[in-house]
Ligand binder design. Sequence first.
Ligand code: HEC
Length: 122
Amino acid sequence: MRRALFLISAFAALVASAASAEASEQTARGRLLVQRYCAGCHAIGRQGASPHKAAPPFRELHQRYAVDSLAEALAEGILVGHPAMPEMRFPPNDVKAILAYIKSIQTEEHAAAQPEGTARGR
Ligand code: HEC
């Protein structure tokens, strides 16, 4: 009986760690994708300026809208309205990975430190 309990909890721990490994794998894949497709113009890290002056750094995207709302744009051909930006489409798994990465670098403190309406450039 003891042994069975031990096995059950060991199994549960294994499942939990597999789930978080999968999540961080997705984040890592997202980072590779944005490095390949977006880094030419956007700052994709936790600091640094964007190579293209007009392109917002990814860590600040949440200041403009919910990052999840990007999913559709990425899947259907991103942001067709921005002439400076090429139209790109990504399969669902890539969309998830890109969003996981972008979420992982959002600067919450930074956003909170900035009162509504100041220094936003809009
Ligand atoms: C060739 C340069 C270039 C590349 C490559 C590029 N972008 Fe952009 N992106 C821009 C520019 C410039 C803007 C600002 C456009 C504007 O505000 O009119 C922008 C804006 C954005 C915005 C904000 C739009 C808004 O309404 O504020 C998002 C989100 C975005 N890009 C995501 C991405 C993602 C994700 C990738 C990679 C898959 C990518 N971009 C690749 C140039 C680029």
